[in-house]
Design a protein around this ligand. Structure first.
Ligand SMILES: Nc1nc2c(ncn2[C@@H]2O[C@H](COP(=O)(O)OP(=O)(O)OP(=O)(O)O)[C@@H](O)[C@H]2O)c(=O)[nH]1
Ligand SMILES: [Mg+2]
Length: 364
């Protein structure tokens, strides 16, 4: 390059310090990581500084919506939801009880037995979606969820606003009811978006509701439920609480025993095969039980009756433990991944800097 041309350029000196600064400004900002650091700085747990989000999932008819109502009854209402109440009702609803905020994500439900502060039906008309897009019921649920997920950033900011008052947490739990067609939520893009959005802002726990009478009546149904729970657990990597519901009809103890005692499950399997005679499926169930044994150890479990309210206090205890797992495993894993990403970015930047230095050297 000629001297006159070279002097017309002002050489920009990029130092390693500049690159570090640039790296810091492009840092990923994940609210849950900030909350976790704040909590650690105060020697508190994440659930002490942030509401815990409980995603209620499960097979159709397992009792998710009834459970939501039972859970809401055991909690106090947030300030906005109790505004219309009389003074004594307000006092009764929030007296020393944890405060809960409920969301309904089932567009097809007709009557809700609980009060939802955010309801997908206010945003999307499921019947209209069916008509306009010529869809069947399941396709319409998926499409409604897809439409709703495009606005989920607004839902998150409402939740963030409601969750804190003067830097203190104003909510203890955020409860989310999901559609009856479990795959519409768990295997759809919108379900993943909503789940990971919630988990990036709040400690999030899956409550997998199981219809206990149906499980005790058929080991194959029990196994199908466990497989579903397993797939959800590995897909979302969120802590999972298996909620054996309807224990007013059939005790959840039997199912809990099958999960902890492999021999007991095999005995029940022998009885089931001799009475039911469904050979191929039974032998598949037997083989799967071996594989799932390890998975069972990572699960939390509790028996409740959403109809009578039995076991609900225990449910909250288990959710707290699962929230601690979220902090340890999910947030821990997220921190590692962010560190890895930063290290990768630094390596790329360093390589770029070296290449730039070499080019400058060659030009001289
Ligand atoms: N006996 C008994 N029945 C229950 C219990 N919980 C729910 N049910 C009944 O089970 C049926 C289904 O309950 P829902 O709460 O609608 O179940 P869901 O999982 O929300 O159903 P979808 O949203 O349609 O999948 C209803 O008839 C409830 O009354 C319970 O603890 N005990
Ligand atoms: Mg429901």
């Amino acid at each position: 390059m000629s001297d006159s041309l070279q002097s017309s350029f002002e050489r920009i000196q990029i130092t390693e310090e500049d690159l570090k600064k640039a790296g810091a400004s492009s840092e990923v900002k994940i609210p849950i990581l900030n909350k976790s650091s704040d909590a650690n700085a105060k020697s508190l747990k994440l659930r002490d500084v942030s509401p815990v989000c409980v995603l209620v999932v499960g097979m159709a008819g397992s009792g998710k919506t009834t459970l939501m109502a039972a859970l809401q009854r055991s909690l106090g209402l947030p300030v906005d939801a109790s505004e219309g109440m009389k003074k004594d009702e307000q006092a009764e609803s929030s007296e020393s009880k944890p405060i809960g905020y409920c969301l309904n994500l089932d567009p097809a439900t007709r009557l809700l037995p609980f009060g939802a502060s955010i309801d997908i039906r206010d945003t999307v008309d499921y019947k209209e979606v069916m008509k306009q897009h010529h869809l069947g019921p399941n396709g319409a649920i998926m499409t409604s969820l897809n439409l709703f997920s495009t606005k989920f950033d607004q839902v998150l900011s409402i939740l963030e606003n409601r969750s804190y008052k003067e830097e203190e947490k104003a909510l203890d739990y955020i409860l989310v009811d999901t559609p009856g067609q479990i795959e519409a939520f768990t295997w759809s893009a919108s379900g993943s978006i909503i789940t990971s959005a919630l988990a990036s802002s709040f400690p999030t726990v899956l409550a997998f509701v199981v219809d206990t009478p149906r499980c005790t009546a058929s080991l194959n149904t029990f196994m199908s439920n466990m497989l579903y729970a397993c797939s959800m657990f590995y897909r979302t990597r969120l802590p999972l609480v298996v909620v054996f519901n309807k224990c007013d009809v059939s005790s959840g103890e039997i199912c809990e025993e099958w999960m902890t005692d492999y021999e007991k499950f095999q005995e029940a399997m022998d009885d089931f095969v001799s009475s039911d005679g469904s050979g191929y499926y039974a032998s598949l169930t037997r083989s799967l039980s071996l594989v799932l044994d390890e998975f069972y150890q990572t699960l939390h479990r509790v028996s409740v009756s959403a109809a009578t309210g039995d076991g609900i206090p225990l449910f909250w205890d288990v959710v707290q433990k699962a929230a601690d797992d979220f902090e340890e495993d999910y947030v821990g894993d997220m921190k590692c991944r962010v560190e890895e990403q930063k290290a990768r970015q630094r390596a790329i930047a360093k390589e770029g800097l070296n290449r730039l230095k070499k080019d400058i050297e060659n030009e001289k």
